[in-house]
Design a protein around this ligand. Structure first.
Ligand SMILES: [Zn+2]
Length: 264
């Protein structure tokens, strides 16, 4: 029964996806063509990988954590510090306002943590008015610019370096927003392995996903949900990778290669 339902969903989804793709691929002049409606605008969820480790060296994985809003997950943060595991954190202005204690820990370990831009208010960086997972997108070019610029300003005001990477809320974008954010000077951080399913997975599933990371993977997980089970799985997954001999790297240390024009 379950298989049957799943197959039905796949069949329903496939034509819709193909139709959305073709809108991006067809390169018609903007003049004389009506702009795509908000509903028809294709959203991309870009991938990011890091280059393979040089021969004879340990496999490399980049751990990235989003701090969207709310609190800090001290289970994860203290593990990273205690085990000396480097990571890249994407933080919003909203999260920075409420987590002074965690920020002090991040500031005290510049050798471990890169702090990058997750936007000002955690609104998706999409320049048409759509909702993604129920979250209203920025909705205009000006609002995308504000989300990115004010997010970066908050990172700097908190005492960290000028961000080089941006990851928008929900990690989805439209093509024009990707171009705009690149023109503002940022690379866009996709990912290759979704570690915690938006912090909604159980601990065992999260552990299994993260511990399966391979050389070149960019893992995304959340560090702002201290009450969710997923965080316990994040810790166990990271420790499993460490015991396998994985070398952890930050995005500033390696070549990140993204698709859809997000890094090149
Ligand atoms: Zn987020």
């Amino acid at each position: 029964m379950r298989t049957f339902v799943l197959l039905g969903l796949v069949c329903l989804a496939a034509p819709a996806f193909a139709a959305g793709e073709s809108k991006v691929a067809v390169n018609v002049p903007a003049v004389n063509v009506a702009p795509p409606s908000a509903a028809a605008r294709a959203l991309l969820e870009p991938k990011l990988k890091i280059r393979d480790a040089p021969p004879g060296t340990a496999p490399r994985v980049a751990l990235t954590f989003d701090a969207c809003m709310g609190q800090a997950d001290s289970r994860i943060l203290s593990t990273l510090v205690y085990e000396r595991i480097p990571a890249t954190l994407f933080v919003t202005a909203r999260w920075l306002r409420n987590n002074e204690e965690a920020i002090a820990i991040l500031r005290a370990h510049p050798d471990l943590f890169d702090i990058e831009n997750h936007g000002e208010n955690h609104v998706p960086a999409v320049d048409v008015p759509v909702k993604i997972y129920g979250i209203p997108a920025a909705g205009s070019i000006a609002a995308v610019e504000r989300e990115v610029a004010a997010g970066a300003a908050a990172v700097k005001a908190a005492g960290f370096s000028q961000p080089r990477w941006f990851r928008g809320a929900t990690a989805k974008y439209d093509v024009s927003a990707i171009r705009q954010i690149r023109q503002m000077g940022y690379k866009i951080a996709g990912y290759s392995l979704n570690g915690d399913g938006g912090s909604l997975l159980g601990a065992a599933m999260t552990e299994r996903k993260i511990s399966g990371a391979k050389d070149g993977d960019v893992v995304i997980a959340h560090i702002n949900q201290p009450t969710h089970e997923a965080g316990a799985g994040v810790v166990r997954g990271i420790m499993a990778l460490k015991h396998k001999g994985i070398a952890f790297v930050r995005l500033s240390e390696v070549d990140g290669v993204g698709d859809a024009g997000t890094t090149q």
